[in-house]
Design a protein around this ligand. Structure first.
Ligand code: SME
Length: 159
Protein backbone atom coordinates (compact mmCIF):
# COMPACT_ATOMS: atom_id res chain seq x y z
CA UNK A 1 0.00 0.00 0.00
CA UNK A 2 1.16 3.53 -0.75
CA UNK A 3 0.50 6.42 1.59
CA UNK A 4 -1.35 9.33 0.04
CA UNK A 5 -3.08 12.61 0.85
CA UNK A 6 -3.08 13.81 4.43
CA UNK A 7 -1.26 10.75 5.77
CA UNK A 8 1.62 11.23 3.32
CA UNK A 9 1.79 14.92 4.25
CA UNK A 10 1.96 13.94 7.93
CA UNK A 11 4.80 11.50 7.21
CA UNK A 12 6.78 14.15 5.29
CA UNK A 13 6.28 16.69 8.08
CA UNK A 14 7.42 14.18 10.70
CA UNK A 15 10.49 13.03 8.73
CA UNK A 16 11.55 16.68 8.33
CA UNK A 17 10.96 17.35 12.04
CA UNK A 18 13.02 14.32 13.13
CA UNK A 19 15.95 15.68 11.08
CA UNK A 20 15.52 19.26 12.23
CA UNK A 21 15.21 18.77 16.00
CA UNK A 22 18.44 19.31 17.94
CA UNK A 23 18.35 16.08 19.93
CA UNK A 24 16.61 12.71 20.10
CA UNK A 25 14.26 13.70 22.94
CA UNK A 26 13.01 16.73 21.01
CA UNK A 27 12.64 14.56 17.90
CA UNK A 28 10.43 12.10 19.85
CA UNK A 29 8.36 14.98 21.26
CA UNK A 30 7.86 16.35 17.75
CA UNK A 31 6.72 12.93 16.47
CA UNK A 32 4.17 12.50 19.25
CA UNK A 33 2.87 16.04 18.82
CA UNK A 34 2.49 15.85 15.04
CA UNK A 35 0.78 12.46 15.04
CA UNK A 36 -1.80 13.57 17.62
CA UNK A 37 -2.34 16.95 15.94
CA UNK A 38 -2.86 15.54 12.43
CA UNK A 39 -4.82 12.35 13.02
CA UNK A 40 -8.16 12.74 14.84
CA UNK A 41 -8.44 9.03 15.75
CA UNK A 42 -5.10 9.16 17.58
CA UNK A 43 -6.46 9.90 21.07
CA UNK A 44 -3.29 9.01 23.00
CA UNK A 45 0.19 8.90 21.44
CA UNK A 46 3.33 7.94 23.30
CA UNK A 47 6.83 6.54 22.90
CA UNK A 48 8.18 3.88 25.23
CA UNK A 49 11.94 3.26 25.40
CA UNK A 50 13.43 -0.11 26.30
CA UNK A 51 15.84 -0.15 29.23
CA UNK A 52 16.96 -3.71 29.96
CA UNK A 53 13.77 -5.76 30.12
CA UNK A 54 11.48 -2.82 30.83
CA UNK A 55 9.65 -0.33 28.63
CA UNK A 56 9.73 3.15 30.14
CA UNK A 57 7.31 5.84 29.00
CA UNK A 58 8.98 8.79 27.30
CA UNK A 59 7.24 11.67 25.48
CA UNK A 60 3.46 11.33 25.21
CA UNK A 61 0.33 13.40 24.54
CA UNK A 62 -3.06 12.52 25.99
CA UNK A 63 -4.21 11.66 29.50
CA UNK A 64 -1.46 10.52 31.89
CA UNK A 65 -1.09 6.72 31.82
CA UNK A 66 -0.65 4.57 34.95
CA UNK A 67 1.61 2.32 32.86
CA UNK A 68 4.88 4.22 32.88
CA UNK A 69 6.99 1.03 33.29
CA UNK A 70 5.99 -2.15 31.44
CA UNK A 71 8.02 -5.38 31.61
CA UNK A 72 8.81 -7.10 28.30
CA UNK A 73 6.01 -9.55 27.49
CA UNK A 74 3.33 -7.71 29.55
CA UNK A 75 0.43 -5.88 27.93
CA UNK A 76 0.12 -5.21 24.23
CA UNK A 77 3.20 -2.97 24.49
CA UNK A 78 5.30 -5.71 26.06
CA UNK A 79 4.04 -8.25 23.52
CA UNK A 80 5.01 -6.06 20.53
CA UNK A 81 8.50 -5.54 21.96
CA UNK A 82 8.94 -9.24 22.74
CA UNK A 83 7.69 -10.30 19.29
CA UNK A 84 9.54 -7.43 17.52
CA UNK A 85 6.44 -6.87 15.42
CA UNK A 86 3.62 -4.37 15.04
CA UNK A 87 0.40 -5.30 16.85
CA UNK A 88 -3.00 -3.88 15.90
CA UNK A 89 -5.90 -4.54 18.30
CA UNK A 90 -9.37 -3.66 16.98
CA UNK A 91 -11.10 -4.19 20.34
CA UNK A 92 -8.88 -3.83 23.38
CA UNK A 93 -11.61 -5.19 25.68
CA UNK A 94 -11.50 -8.51 23.83
CA UNK A 95 -7.70 -8.84 24.20
CA UNK A 96 -6.60 -10.45 27.49
CA UNK A 97 -3.13 -8.85 27.15
CA UNK A 98 -4.53 -5.33 27.30
CA UNK A 99 -3.39 -3.04 30.15
CA UNK A 100 -6.01 -0.31 30.50
CA UNK A 101 -4.86 3.29 30.28
CA UNK A 102 -8.19 5.06 29.75
CA UNK A 103 -11.73 3.69 30.03
CA UNK A 104 -12.50 5.40 26.72
CA UNK A 105 -9.85 3.49 24.72
CA UNK A 106 -11.31 1.04 22.20
CA UNK A 107 -8.42 0.13 19.87
CA UNK A 108 -4.62 0.29 19.87
CA UNK A 109 -1.57 -0.01 17.59
CA UNK A 110 1.96 -0.62 18.87
CA UNK A 111 4.94 -0.34 16.50
CA UNK A 112 8.45 -1.34 17.63
CA UNK A 113 11.36 1.03 16.94
CA UNK A 114 13.98 -1.41 15.67
CA UNK A 115 17.71 -0.98 15.08
CA UNK A 116 19.48 -3.87 13.38
CA UNK A 117 17.20 -6.47 14.98
CA UNK A 118 17.23 -4.83 18.42
CA UNK A 119 14.21 -3.09 19.95
CA UNK A 120 15.05 0.47 21.04
CA UNK A 121 11.47 1.30 21.99
CA UNK A 122 8.05 1.60 20.44
CA UNK A 123 5.33 3.96 19.31
CA UNK A 124 2.01 3.31 21.08
CA UNK A 125 -1.27 4.86 19.85
CA UNK A 126 -4.70 4.43 21.48
CA UNK A 127 -8.02 5.42 19.94
CA UNK A 128 -11.44 6.03 21.42
CA UNK A 129 -12.86 4.56 18.19
CA UNK A 130 -13.09 0.77 17.73
CA UNK A 131 -10.92 -0.67 14.94
CA UNK A 132 -9.41 2.75 14.24
CA UNK A 133 -6.11 1.42 12.87
CA UNK A 134 -5.45 -0.21 9.49
CA UNK A 135 -2.68 -0.79 6.99
CA UNK A 136 -2.17 2.94 6.28
CA UNK A 137 -1.53 3.54 10.01
CA UNK A 138 0.85 0.58 10.13
CA UNK A 139 2.76 1.90 7.11
CA UNK A 140 2.89 5.45 8.44
CA UNK A 141 4.04 4.44 11.91
CA UNK A 142 6.58 1.87 10.68
CA UNK A 143 8.16 4.58 8.46
CA UNK A 144 8.25 6.97 11.42
CA UNK A 145 9.73 4.26 13.67
CA UNK A 146 12.50 3.58 11.11
CA UNK A 147 13.38 7.30 10.95
CA UNK A 148 13.35 7.55 14.73
CA UNK A 149 15.62 4.50 15.00
CA UNK A 150 18.18 6.25 12.78
CA UNK A 151 17.95 9.42 14.90
CA UNK A 152 18.31 7.45 18.15
CA UNK A 153 21.28 5.51 16.77
CA UNK A 154 23.01 8.73 15.67
CA UNK A 155 22.48 10.04 19.20
CA UNK A 156 24.07 6.85 20.61
CA UNK A 157 20.78 6.07 22.38
CA UNK A 158 20.49 4.97 25.11
CA UNK A 159 23.14 7.36 26.32
N1 SME B 1 -2.46 -0.45 26.60
C1 SME B 1 -1.05 -0.69 26.74
C2 SME B 1 -0.50 0.03 27.95
C3 SME B 1 -0.07 1.41 27.69
S1 SME B 1 -1.34 2.54 27.68
O1 SME B 1 -2.16 2.25 26.50
C4 SME B 1 -0.73 4.05 27.49
C5 SME B 1 -0.77 -2.18 26.81
O2 SME B 1 -1.69 -2.98 26.87
O3 SME B 1 0.40 -2.56 26.83
Amino acid sequence: MQLYGKTLKTLKTIVAAIDAEPDATRAMQAVVHQLKADLPDYTWVGIYLLYGNELVLGPFEGKPSPHTHIPLGRGICGAAAAEKATIIVDDVHADPRYLACSLDTQSEIVVPIMDDGNVLGEIDVDSDRPAAFGEADRELLEHVAACLATRLRESSWPA
